[in-house]
Ligand binder design. Sequence first.
Ligand SMILES: [Zn+2]
Ligand SMILES: [Zn+2]
Length: 340
Amino acid sequence: MGELRFNPVTRTWAIISPERGQHRYAYVTKDKLAEVPCPFCDKNGGINTKLRSIYTINLPESSSPALIVTPNRYPAMGIEGVLVREDHGMYDSISAIGAHEVIIDSFRHNVDIAGYTEDELNNLYTAFRDRIADLEKDVRFRYVAAFKKVGFGAGEVINHPHAQIIAMPIVPDKVRNYMHDVVSYYKKKERCMYCDIIKQEKHDKVRIIFENYEFIAFAPYASSYPFEISIYPKNHESCFSTISEGSIRQLADITKEMFSRLAQVLGNPALTLTLRLAPYVNNRPDFNDEYRYFRQAFHYHIDIRPVVANLTGSNWAANICINPVSPEDAAKHLREVNQV
Ligand SMILES: [Zn+2]
Ligand SMILES: [Zn+2]
C-alpha cells in the first residue's frame, strides 16, 4: 500500500503509489493503445458485467447497465486499513487510506465530446452526487475529488468513457488555500465570492457563453488556459451531494451545450472536467472557525479545460501560465458558433 507524503518545501501532499505503476496501461503509448482489449466492454456490447459494481444505473426499461461505479483495480489509495500518521525524522506521512472509484458512464466504447448524450451526462452527475454523499459518511475522509478526462490528450489511457472519484484523508494544500481565501472574502464582505463573480460577469457580459434556467457558463476573467470554461449554479449552493434531479438535468443540459460548442470551435478536443467541492466538514478534529463559514462562502462549480495543442503556454518553471487566447475572444467564439 502506498502513502501520502508531505513536501515541506512546496507545502504539498503527494500520493506515492507503487500499485499505480503496475497498471498495465501505466506507460502505454497511443499507438499501442488500440492493441489492448478494453476492460470496460462486454464482448456482446455494453458494459462488462463481470466488473464489481458498487453502484449501477440501468438503461431505461432494461436490465443492462447505462453506468456502473467500480473500485479502481490499481487504486492510488486503498479503502481497507487504519489511518496511521507518522513522522520519519523531519518528514511526515499518512497511510494512503482512501477510496478510488471508476465511473463507467457509457456503454459505448470510444465516445468523444461531440458524441456524449445529455442522458449520459445526467447519469454521470447522478453518480457523482450519490457516491460523494455515500463517501461523506466515512469519517476518515476529508476531501473528495471528482473529475473526468476525455481523450488521450488529456492523459487518459483507456478509451472507454469513464470518470473518477478519489476520497482522501487529507485536504490538499491548494484546496485549503482557496477555502481560506473564499472564507476571508465572505468574512470581509458578508457575500459569497462566486455569487459576486456571477453578478460581475452579468454586468460585463463579454465572457458569458451560455445560460439555462439554473446555470451559467463563462470564460473566467483570468483564464490560465485557452478556452477554459467555468459553470456555476446561478443561485448560491455550496453542497453538491444534496442537489435535486431537476438541477442535475439542467447541469447535464449546459454541459452538453459546452461539449458540442467546444467540439465545433476546436475540432473535438480532449478535455478535463472537474467538479470543485469544499472539504467534508463532518467529525473534524480540527473543526475551526473557517469551517463554520463553508456553506455561506463556498459555491460548488464545474471547471472544463480543453487540451489545445500548441496553444497551452503552461510554464512550470516560471510558476505562471501564459494564455495566448483572451477569455473575451474564447467566449465570443463559443457564443457565436453555429449550433447543430
Ligand atoms: Zn470499451
Ligand atoms: Zn454563492
